[in-house]
Design a protein around this ligand. Structure first.
Ligand SMILES: [Zn+2]
Length: 222
């Protein structure tokens, strides 16, 4: 499956290093379950993490080497992944609705209609996930409705599960992920033809980037 909006290299490195709070790690695993491009970059991030350990013990990497690594993550080769035959017996994307295995198993549901949605505002409902690290919730936004303009004090990952929305960053369809830091102000507006369901994960003040192991820091655009 091809998507337009993906995870940032920094987020994949943090995930590979085990530094993301559970609320955000869940969103990363849900997206990488269906996105070959991010899976490929994640494998690269994992192997780079090991190489960093080796090379940094010997001597610090030059700025050029660091740039090389970041550009590798930004431009991972397009066809290095073998075709996964019979990847999963379940279909995470069915009838235009994405229900990744990680989420399905966590919530023990077959459909988002089984969740106990709570009304937040007219046409907008919320379901809080039972995760202890960070904040994790799902939103169901009625067709054509806009969220209030907001920014975030924390890093936020949002994955579209049904329908989609538009904001100043572009159109987000099923499977697309918005990987935003605390400075982004936006106003998502659900597409006209269908309600939008999305999964959001925030660091909840944990500031995950600050938790990255010191070893990783030379490779981050901090
Ligand atoms: Zn992706």
């Amino acid at each position: 499956m091809k998507f337009e909006h993906h995870l940032q290299a920094e987020t994949l490195l943090a995930y590979a290093a085990g530094s993301l709070p559970a609320a955000m790690a869940l969103v990363v695993s849900c997206h990488t379950e269906v996105c070959e491009q991010c899976r490929r970059e994640l494998r690269l991030a994992e192997s780079l993490g090991g190489k960093m350990l080796d090379s940094l013990e010997a001597k610090p990497l030059s700025a050029a080497a660091r740039d090389n690594i970041l550009s590798l993550l930004d431009e991972a080769p397009a066809q290095s992944e073998p075709t996964p035959a019979a990847k999963s017996p379940q279909q995470p994307l069915r009838d235009g609705v994405l229900l990744p295995t990680a989420l399905k198993n966590l919530l023990q549901i077959d459909s988002y209609s089984q969740l106990r949605w709570r009304k937040m505002a007219p046409g907008i409902e919320k379901f809080e996930l039972p995760l202890k690290e960070g904040r994790s919730f799902m939103l169901r936004i009625g067709a054509g409705l806009a969220m209030p303009v907001h920014s975030h004090t924390a890093s936020e990952l949002t994955l579209i599960m049904q329908g989609g929305y538009r904001d100043k960053l572009g159109d987000f369809h099923v499977g697309d992920i918005a990987d935003l830091d605390g400075s982004t102000e936006h106003q998502p507006e659900a597409f006209e033809d269908e309600s939008c369901i999305c999964l959001a994960g925030m660091d909840g003040g944990l500031k995950f980037k600050a938790l990255l192991p010191t070893l990783m820091k030379p490779f981050m655009r901090l």
